[in-house]
Design a protein around this ligand. Structure first.
Ligand code: CA
Length: 231
């Protein structure tokens, strides 16, 4: 099996070195890019498995790098940013990033995110993707043609909106979906008010899942959105 190739986009040399040393020690291959223009170039010429992307770059904002890469590729992008503001994370996720890490981060956290992203890739390439008729994640099963969801043997009795939320999270397994993304997908003319409504639906969806005796499968990212965890 080929070792995964990681593109590290970071202008700060000490942080870059920390990341590449970690990758090397854990059997990843890597290439580096110190700015946005070389990041786009390296991504298109080397087709890495994952991009680790700093948002604060000297030539262009990292968000622009996400947009450029997304114009031709779905390769996973994990944003690494010193900016702790939720808005930057949300912009990055809405522009097509898959996940984010906030600086300062631990080496363990970085490795865990990489593993999760690579696992999600292998799930997708095994055909258990959004095109499949039946989605299975641990005890959770969704039969898309029938429009039914199950936990173990029990059918979940969901409202149409709860079902829609569950399907969106399932089709983006492992990925953080922002409030804006979810509300846009669910309500066509969405505004600020829908975020509060979304929280209400999400709370009731969770209650139904958790009262069925299964551990939490939907993770809340406060101020950002929600993610379905891979079981
Ligand atoms: Ca930087």
């Amino acid at each position: 099996m080929n070792k995964p190739l990681i593109l590290v986009v970071e202008d700060d040399a000490p942080v870059r070195n920390l990341i590449t040393t970690t990758l090397k020690a854990h059997d990843y291959r890597y290439i580096v890019a110190p700015n946005a223009s070389s990041a786009v170039l390296e991504a298109s010429s080397h087709h890495p498995d994952v991009v680790l992307l700093d948002l604060g770059l000297p030539d262009l904002d990292g968000i622009e790098v996400i947009r450029k890469i997304r114009s031709w590729s779905n390769l996973p992008i994990i944003v690494i940013s010193a900016r702790s503001e939720d808005n930057d994370k949300i912009n990055a996720l809405d522009s097509g990033a898959d996940d984010y890490l906030t600086k300062p981060f631990s080496v363990e956290e970085l490795l865990a995110r990489l593993r999760a992203t690579l696992r999600r890739l292998s799930v997708t390439s095994n055909g258990a993707d959004a095109e499949s008729a039946v989605f299975q994640n641990g005890a959770l099963k969704i039969d898309f043609p029938a429009g039914c969801a199950y936990l173990g043997e029990e059918e979940l009795h969901l409202t149409p909106i709860e079902y829609k939320i569950l399907c969106l999270l399932a089709k983006n397994l492992g990925k953080v979906l922002t409030h804006t993304y979810l509300t846009k997908e669910i309500w066509t003319n969405s505004g600020e008010n829908e975020i509060a409504t979304l929280r209400v639906y999400m709370a009731s969806l969770r209650k139904k899942i958790e009262s069925s005796g299964y551990p939490q499968i939907i993770q809340t990212h406060v101020g950002v959105g929600y993610r379905m965890l891979k079981s």
